[in-house]
Design a protein. Sequence first.
Length: 381
Amino acid sequence: MRINRQHAQSIVNEMKGSIHRDMNIMNQEGVIIASTNPTRCGQLHQGAAELIERRLPCLTVREDNPAHGVQAGINLPIVIDNELAGVIGITGNPDEVSIFGDIIKRMTEIMLESVRQKENSDLMDRAKGLFMENWLFTDQPDWPELEVRGRLLGIDIAEPYTIAILQPAKAIRTDHDRADRMEEMQSSLILQMIQRHLRTNRNHCCAVIRNRIIVLLHRSSRSESASMIGKICQDIESYYSTQVAGGISSVSQSPADIRRCYLEAQTASAIAVQSAQSSVLFYDEVSLEFIMQSIPRPITEDLRRLVFAACQEDERKELLHTIRLYFDCGGSIQRCADASFVHRNTFQYRMDCLRKKTGYDLRIPKDAVLLYLAAYADLDP
């Protein structure tokens, strides 16, 4: 393992704050790469070079030797995974600084090992993110290759998966604030927070792809997916004091089917962002009611005025009642007639009056959608 200069400098700065002694960290060649005395960086440390060459467990220097740039102190090997990674030197009277020697050596090794593990983890996260991006978006994927790559990363693409997409919710008022929150949510800290929830299944994973946080849940039931994503959203909200929305897909049926799941999660997430009712939404919960909430109010106002432009106020209320009853009864004319205590021909006559007054016919699907939006928009009747 080669020690990173920045990490080494952070360690000597931290250690000096604890023991109030000058320190150096040398690489595997004995060159100083970090020091509480910056002028020494880049110099060959004679004591470290000797320790490395002779494979000593410790090298003590009793007296300063300015001619050779040597100062009194102790030098100890830094060992990671039974291999020499470098040398740490503590300047001062050997009888005094030797008290700290073993402790400082072990602390340095632990800190460097922690850094290495994090780097390996980050590397694995990047590899998984790249793999997920290829799986989801490559135009003509090489499925056998993807299967092999996935298995190396602990992802079996033949298994069933559920996709969830997370993003800042509607509560964030401006596009600029949303962009800031999205950037924060994409940080490694947030991904680590999410990964803590995913430890229950080693095949779960998450990544930031195309400015979206994508969570891949392996063999997760509907209730398990809802619980998991709900807890993740709560944790992020607690950390950032802002609302987070999530969209969840159905379960994939094949490796290629994961792309359909992504589109489902994307749609559900887009609706959940705008929804005042739910921060986590499954794709099969997406309905006209949710979609309507994502339409800006000025548009729904214009739509209602357009649909009922030729109607008087009393006519408008009567027609609104007809439209709402039709949808509440699932489009069944007989049920509408029964609910109104009239003959079905009478209700059909009311539908004809609606068509003549507005130009839109409940029997025509595209007209029915517009009438639905006009009737159920969040406005006074």
